[in-house]
Each structure stands twice: as structure tokens, then as C-alpha cells.
Write a protein that binds this ligand. Sequence first.
Ligand SMILES: [Zn+2]
Length: 310
Amino acid sequence: MVFKLFKSGDELYDEGKELIKRGEYAKARDYLQKSIDKEGGDDDSAAVKVALIDLKDRMGSADAYRNLLEKLKLLSTPDFEFGITRIDRDDLMTECDLTIKLIEAKAISGGSDQLKKKSELLQTLAQEFQSKKGDKHMIVMELFRNNTSVTGNTEFFKLMAMSYECLSAAVVWDNPAQAAEYEQIAMGYHQQCGESGDDNLARSKDYSTTCTCWICGRIATGAGIHFFSAPADISPALDDNPDKAVKSMDPSGAHIYICRACYTAVSNRADDIAKGYHDVAMREMRAMEARLQAEIAALQSQITFARMSR
Ligand SMILES: [Zn+2]
């Protein structure tokens, strides 16, 4: 019997394929890479599999998708096998292209103008997911998350929701009532893909809530943005007039409403006072430390002197 020490590129490739079926991706990658090295790297199907395995733990990385897309472009067959799944090359290429754009759009952050730009991009992408992917599910989610519920259509609703959330964040500073409307629209999209949209509802309520500032009496709209609720000891004599249309305390009677200007003025002043106390305490601690150090040094020299004169 001849013991075979070296395996051919094809054998390594076949073993890699088997390992994928068993879900042993790290080992499979090893075999597939060796087969690519042996065959001079022209086995494009092995390269696609390696790129897919590399994507498994980097599903948030545009570069990982870009790498896979490059390898798919070189693939000569219209489909290929990955474990027990047969994958359509063009479908996966579309998915890579859309996902790269999505990861890049999601990374946009900044002020109002940036958020509006992000919202526009997300809407365009939402439509692309719907028209190019439609009711087909996301292949990568199926392979590595065992999830076939994410389709082009569910992505459409999710991205439309995200787009309106961006618009809401972009305008809430200047126009909380408009932001509340955008949150309502976002909630509708979330609900169309089976999500609750509760966060949107909560924000929409907050943004459309109006109060009278307990301190200055101004009217402010937009809880958490333009006014805040602060715990306070409200005695019955100070209770809001029941006929007052715009309240200055919350229904529990344990919090008062304070507009942003009053709130920040009070908290900035409180911070200054606290910092003043902190600085005084630190100065006194340092002085005490210096006094103690001097006393320790004096004691040490007395000990040395006592030993020498013994
Ligand atoms: Zn105020």
C-alpha cells in the first residue's frame, strides 16, 4: 500500500467542501487556501468560498463584502455550492453591492445636513433592495445566521424606517412637531415588517409634548430635547391649576417641567459650585499631605539621630 503524503489541489478542494458541509469553516478555509496555493490560485470557486468564510465574522465590514464581490466577478459558473446550499452568483453579487452601499450609508453621522443626506441615501437604497432583491432572502444571513426571513422587501421597510428616523433627528432641534410626524411614519414602516415601532411611538409622543416651564413660564415643545422633567418636592399649595392647558408638572406630581434654557442655566451653575468645592477640597488635601510628609521627614531624622547617638 502506498501511503500518500501529499494531496493534490483537487483533493484539498474536495475536503474543504466537505468541511463546509459540517460547518467547520476555519478548517475548510485552510484546505481551500492550500488548494488555491497548489493550483496557482486559478480555482475561482475555492477563492469565492474562502471569501465567503472570511465574511462570516465580518458581516459589518464593507471590505469583506468588497473582497467577496471581486472573487464572484471572476467566477465563470452562474452558480456554485456552499455546504448544502446552491447559490446564484448574480444574486449574491447584487446582495454584496447593496450591502456595501448600506454599510457605508449607515456610517454617515454628523449634523442636520449630513443626516438629511443619509436619509436620502437610505431611501434610494431601500428602493434598490426592493427592486433588485425583492422577495428573495439574504443569502449571507441564511448561510451564517440560519435566517431566511430577511428579504429585499423586509429590508425596504427597515431602511425606509431608518431613513425617517434620520430625518426626525435632523429636524428635532428646530421643529419637534415635524420630528414627531417623521417618527410616526417610521413607526408605520417598522410595523409593516413585523416590528413594534414602540421606540418611534415613544419619541413621537415626547417630541409632541408641550409644557409650561415651572421656572420662567415659557411654553416649550419636545420632551427630552427642549424641556426636561426634574424631581421636585411639590407641596399641595403649589399644585398646577387644574384648568391650566399646558402643564408645568407631570401627572405624578413628583416632577416639574423645566425648559432647556432654565435647566442648563441651573445645571451649569450647580456644576460650577461643585467644581469650586472640589478644588477647595483638593487644595486642602494637598496641603495636609505636605504637612504629613514634613512630619514624617522630621521623625525619620530624629530616629536616625537617636540611633547614631546610641
Ligand atoms: Zn424656563
